[in-house]
Design a protein around this ligand. Structure first.
Ligand code: XIL
Length: 314
């Protein structure tokens, strides 16, 4: 029987799952991921705290572990992420930097990491979560010190380090139409007009049943595609308030199906990645109290209704 990735491939897409390094020791989990999926994303291994734990001292151990796992299992690999306000090393977030210093720190980081993974990742989330909900720029350390130009800088430095890799912006709460996705639409349009390299827009897709399904997902994907960039769901999960019950699992399945269908309806929607595939390993319970059961496989690696809904939609 065919896997989710086999089905996605029929339309030229991939179906992926994130993986975090400790999960590789769970061989039942890692083996199933390797069989069922066609792409993976490191959950943490390529973040700044992991790759440059001291200024100018790079550590690719964890990231390389994921590269080796992906290669051994025939998985494509998404790089995540070069720049984010969260999970920065202490030396960086607790330092005080001039604009020139921080620009050179950012350039050095991007150059080293992108060069190291050149030919190993097919895409990079160059900048992650750079907008607020109201569509203004998030006041992260880069914005505060460098100004909004840090985004174009980062994209250009990434391109200089790897001429082929797909360069993405990535965020949450941008799956449907709204102020935050409008801001990305305007930004990407401007970057294109300025000839700044930008290849894709990643919709994280961290959804929650209690908040409702965002409106206009397909229209939103299509408008970015029409700007001339690829789009992808990069971190899909659909959480619920625990305990799970039959009705919630049915609604979750319906949403997974709808998100998958929206991607398939848009030619430039290149793939879907779930943020882990089973409730056995998920970031949700640790971060959203009382919530979970967000993934298409349960704690025992048994398929949930969501799995069948994704299959039906692919
Ligand atoms: C999460 C990881 O899954 C956790 O292990 C970690 O503790 C925190 O970060 N958006 C992102 C991801 O872009 O990098 C986050 O990953 C989840 C939210």
């Amino acid at each position: 029987t065919r896997t989710l990735d086999d089905l996605a491939r029929q339309s030229g897409r991939y179906f992926g799952s994130a993986v975090d390094n400790p999960e590789l020791a769970d061989t039942e989990y890692a083996d199933l991921l390797g069989r069922e999926f066609g792409s993976t994303t490191p959950g943490n291994a390529m973040k700044w705290y992991a790759t440059e734990p001291q200024r100018g001292v790079f550590d690719f151990t964890a990231g390389d572990e994921i590269v080796d796992y992906a290669r051994a299992n025939g998985l494509k690999l998404r790089g995540h992420t070069l720049l984010w306000h969260s999970q920065l090393p202490d030396w960086l977030s607790s330092g005080t930097w001039t604009k020139d210093e921080l620009r050179s720190i950012l350039k050095n980081h991007i150059t080293h990491v992108v060069k190291h993974y050149r030919g190993k990742v097919f895409a990079w989330d160059v900048a992650n979560e750079i907008m607020n909900e109201d569509g203004t720029y998030r006041e992260n350390i880069f914005y505060k010190t460098i100004g909004p130009g840090y985004i174009a800088d980062a994209l250009r430095w990434a391109r200089a380090a790897d001429p082929k890799v797909k360069l993405y912006l990535n965020d949450y709460n941008v799956d449907g139409l709204g102020a935050k996705s409008d801001a990305y639409y305007a930004l990407i349009k401007q970057l294109k007009a300025d000839r700044v390299p930008i290849d894709g827009f990643g919709l994280q897709g961290h959804l929650a049943l209690q908040y409702g399904l965002p409106g206009g997902i397909k229209e939103n994907l299509q408008r970015f595609a029409d700007l001339g960039v690829d789009v992808a769901f990069t971190e899909l999960d659909i959480r619920m308030i625990l305990p799970a019950d039959e009705a919630k699992l049915a609604q979750q399945a319906d949403w997974y199906g709808q998100v998958t269908s929206a991607c398939l309806a848009v030619k430039r929607c290149v793939g879907i990645t779930v943020w882990g595939y089973s409730d056995r390993h998920s970031w949700i319970p640790a971060v959203f109290e009382g919530q979970g059961a967000a993934l298409p496989w349960d704690e025992n690696l048994q398929r949930k209704p969501a799995y069948d809904a994704i299959r039906a939609a692919l």
